[in-house]
Ligand binder design. Sequence first.
Ligand code: ADP
Ligand code: MG
Length: 531
Amino acid sequence: MSYFKDFNITDQVKKAIHDMGFEEPSPIQEKAIPVILSGEDVIGQAQTGTGKTAAFGIPVVDKVTEDRYVQALILTPTRELAIQVSGELQKLTKYKKIRTLPIYGGQSISHQIRALKQGVQVVIGTPGRITDHIRRQTLSLDKVHTVVLDEADEMLDMGFIEDIEAILKQVNKERQTLLFSATMPPPIKKLSYKYMKKPQLVAISKGEVTAPSIDQVYYKVLERNKLDSLCRIIDSEEIDLGIIFCRTKKGVSELTEALQARGYIADGLHGDLTQSQRDNVMKKFRDSTIEFLIATDVAARGIDVDNVTHVINYDIPQDPESYVHRIGRTGRAGRKGLALTLVTPREMKHLRSIEDEIKMPIPSENVPTFAEVIEKQQETWKKQIETAMNDDKDSEWFAPLVHDLLNTYPAEKIVTALLKRNFLNDNNLDDDGYNFGETGGAKGMVRFFINVGKNVNMSPKILIEEISELVGIPGKAVGRIDIFDKFTFVEVPEEVAPFVYEALRYSRINGARVNLEPAKPRPKREKRPLK
Ligand code: ADP
Ligand code: MG
């Protein structure tokens, strides 16, 4: 383990780091900082939230002198990140007379030109706006000795590659080039061969990044009652600040509306918002005036809020990398975080591939039942009622009705009715839409008919493995199995029956497409073959 004091940097910078409350370097900082200080080009790869900003920020502010011209240029994908990086660098230069200036589209260019004229040492900007300034000759890069490409993968995703190349061509060839990214897709490698000098790769592998402080859980949910399941889950968690991820913009709008309609304090973030709408939402989120931020992966880029307690994957992420990326939004700066993923039957295989990639199984939990939610909520409800009781405003209007009700009915009945009206809504209904009826299974079990049997070499072992993988239940939870020539019966626990029913339909057994139906109850005294 190393300490900041062991780095070959000035005391001014060490003191600033100390004031920021950083105790020890994060793994990427530990590995990257000495190499950067030695003057080499560096490619740093580590997941979101691992402290990449300071990994390049510390050596950069250490090297920059107080002379008033641009010495370092940092490119970031979004305006928000530019501001954020600039803020972090400012803290690092607390004891040095250095100005950092974020430059991004959407802000008046003449304002930026004026600021540049005053003499800044470090410019942090989005590639589009920086090229703009280069074209107008309002930003001189002659004396730039360090260029940083921050969140390079995201800049690429956002289509900035040409701007980046144009900028790199403008900067002194003798420069030091640093590239930081959460992922290393081929175009980034290409970019690095082309514009960097013998770059040293400093990577923190996934095993090291899936921060242990992030607890992960997945819930099996059915597509048709995903929203209800989500509500139950969030009702039974203590959430200060949560980010809920959806796959699409449309998904974000729909879920935002649905949650707002159910009384949650939620707001959505997606690519179609104007910058000021976006700023507005982000401000509410930062100030914690909203509880939930609903966002697509793209819209959530550059969000860096430290106190996110929960990341909720309403839609399962498309690939393992974005899973790691998403859950990295919580548990930041050493805080505790919880990542919850909703998984539909169709998505179970996908979940398994994520588990393979991150090299750890994600434990599953059942969506809380109606009764569990009610129990969890009692305290919250009580507090809400007590708060309302402390507020006498407008109470007198109800006085006649209060007396009338109390004279007519028992108090208990009145209170119960009011509670129900106030706190229950659709999501509290305990119905998943499935009723398999009498299927002839043992008590507590549902028996299914499957349309293949010995003809596809079905065996109890194969069937049990398939069900336990797809449904995430232990093999021994699967009940009685009867395999015939062309069909099979299997019994599974009632609570997972709807999930089994849907999941097996998306699977194959020994290459054969599977269909299943709830079985008909057995006629009395049916002869059973031995298992
Ligand atoms: P990344 O760019 O890798 O996503 P950031 O640079 O934004 O991550 O850092 C994430 C958070 O961790 C920030 O709030 C930052 O201030 C904090 N941080 C960075 N390095 C350290 C450290 N050595 N000790 C404690 N906190 C740190
Ligand atoms: Mg970063």
